[in-house]
Design a protein around this ligand. Structure first.
Ligand code: PLP
Length: 468
């Protein structure tokens, strides 16, 4: 009855949103693919979004802890200086296929944040960026095998998804190839449309430094690159990943295997230089996405050593561009509106850099303190784990830390978490339906205090009804 009441209340509350999305759903079969990943049961149709708030079609206001999959986590929605700058640029020109002064401005500004990158190539999405990094590393080395860590997600190209999160797509029993239970790998591949990787293309590394380095050494002559994240959505425990990555990156340098640090999630977070600067991890290539975009206008980048980025084919004249050159350009890649939005958004961050990171970290520390007190008082194991100052995997977790991503994924109770997201919605918070949430500069201390109130009240309510 409690569940029926919860669902009815949300359905009642979101009638206009539901009606609008039902229309889309109805057309879905015939005309397009309706993409309900945002929040499948109770999709939200946003009328407006400003700062940390979304106003939906029904007139409900939510504190946004989804923030466009984290892409708008820096300043929230529609920060005025960014909107103003982009509007000016929009009035001047739109389109792509030519250079624009804003490109140089952005590159100069990026030099302040990530001086470890000698060059950049701009693309659209994190998926583009990691695919480009892999291609550049392959062109550079003339080899094809890519090593990735179990649990790390590098976007939705085939290699990027292999052995990734159990809960990507919110479905713990629907992992991508490599994660399927014994004997189920072929079927998993058929179900997901992600082909089993050719062992010449993919080497999957465990989250164990000794075994990972052993495997890298064994395949040293075949490896085009090792790609990884410092803090991944499915294994966010930097106390384990950072020492692991330090030893792997050092070994890769000694063996001259390009090391790619995927900073799509971590770039410009933890601190201005992302995880690389914060934890002192050196790579040959770095990929950026998410908050690199301003206003959520898609933009991503591969940055790093010129020696690798110079494999980008730049000339239309084949004779001037021979040798190990490859193409990473796409139609909309690095279009000037996206560059302008990114520039204005990072400029705002640059102006706030002395306070931004200490403030966001203090806010998250406040959440952690209150959750610890809640656990102590109630015994309910509600935890927000990982990602330092900006993002958490929320869950009913018995331990503060897990040293293997499978153990972590197995410990998360996705049903209880899903119900928690619905109860948060009822209390005025919009989140992913995955066990994750994003916080950022747009959230006030009061927003986050009320988030903790909502989460702890919801956890108590869940407990009364037998969850987790
Ligand atoms: N790399 C990492 C670490 C990510 O977290 C993601 C997406 O969440 C991607 C790559 C893919 O980025 P996009 O969704 O922009 O393609």
């Amino acid at each position: 009855q409690w569940l029926i009441d919860l669902f009815s209340e949300l359905a009642e509350r979101q009638q206009a949103s539901t009606a609008a999305t039902e229309k889309l759903r109805a057309r879905d079969a015939a005309t397009h693919v309706f993409w309900p990943f945002h929040s499948p049961q109770f999709p939200l149709v946003a009328r407006e979004a400003h700062g940390s708030r979304i106003l939906d079609a029904d007139g409900n206001t939510y504190v946004d802890c989804h923030l466009g999959f984290g892409a708008q986590a820096l300043h929230g929605h529609s920060p005025e200086p960014v909107v103003r700058y982009v509007t000016e640029q929009l009035a001047a020109t739109t389109g792509n296929g030519y250079c624009h002064p804003v490109e140089q401005q952005l590159v100069d500004l990026l030099g302040e944040f990530v001086p470890h990158c000698e060059k950049f190539a701009f693309l659209n999405s994190g998926t583009d960026a990691t695919a480009a990094a892999i291609r550049l590393a392959r062109a550079h080395t003339g080899r094809r095998m890519v090593a990735k860590f179990e649990g790390s997600l590098h976007g939705v190209h085939d290699l990027g998804m292999h052995n990734t999160a159990f809960w990507y797509h919110g479905h713990p029993t629907h992992p991508f190839p490599g994660n399927a239970p014994d004997g189920g790998v072929e079927r998993q591949s058929a179900l997901t449309g992600v082909p089993l990787a050719d062992p010449r293309d993919l080497l999957v590394l465990p989250n164990d430094p000794v075994r990972a380095v052993e495997l890298i050494e064994r395949h040293r002559g075949e490896l085009a690159c090792v790609i990884t994240e410092a803090a991944s959505s499915s294994f966010p425990f930097v106390e384990h990943t950072v020492p692991l990555l330090r030893s792997v990156s050092e070994r890769c340098r000694a063996l001259r295997i390009p090391f790619v640090l995927d900073e799509v999630l971590t770039g410009f977070r933890f601190g201005p230089g992302g995880a690389a600067a914060h934890f002192g991890i050196e790579a040959d290539l770095y990929t950026y996405g998410k908050v690199l975009s301003g206003l959520g206008i898609p933009l991503s980048a591969v940055g790093g050593r010129a020696a690798l980025l110079d494999h980008t084919q730049t000339s239309g004249l084949p004779l001037t561009d021979i040798g190990r050159k490859t193409c990473v350009q796409t139609t909309h890649a690095g279009n000037h509106l996206a560059l302008a939005a990114s520039y204005a958004s990072l400029r705002l961050l640059h102006e706030q850099r002395d306070t931004y990171y200490t403030e966001t970290r203090a806010k998250v520390d406040g959440i952690q303190r209150r959750l610890a007190a809640f656990r102590g008082k109630t015994g309910i194991p509600l935890r927000l784990v990982g990602f330092g100052d900006f993002i958490g995997s929320f869950g009913f977790l018995e331990k503060d830390s897990y040293d293997d991503y499978r153990a972590f994924a197995g410990a998360v109770n996705p049903i209880a978490f899903f119900l928690l997201t619905l109860m948060l919605r009822r209390r005025g918070f919009y989140t992913l339906s995955l066990p994750m949430l994003f916080t950022g500069g747009a959230h006030s201390t009061e927003d986050l205090d009320s988030l903790v109130d909502a989460v702890t009240d919801s956890a108590r309510e869940l407990g009364r009804h037998g969850f987790p």
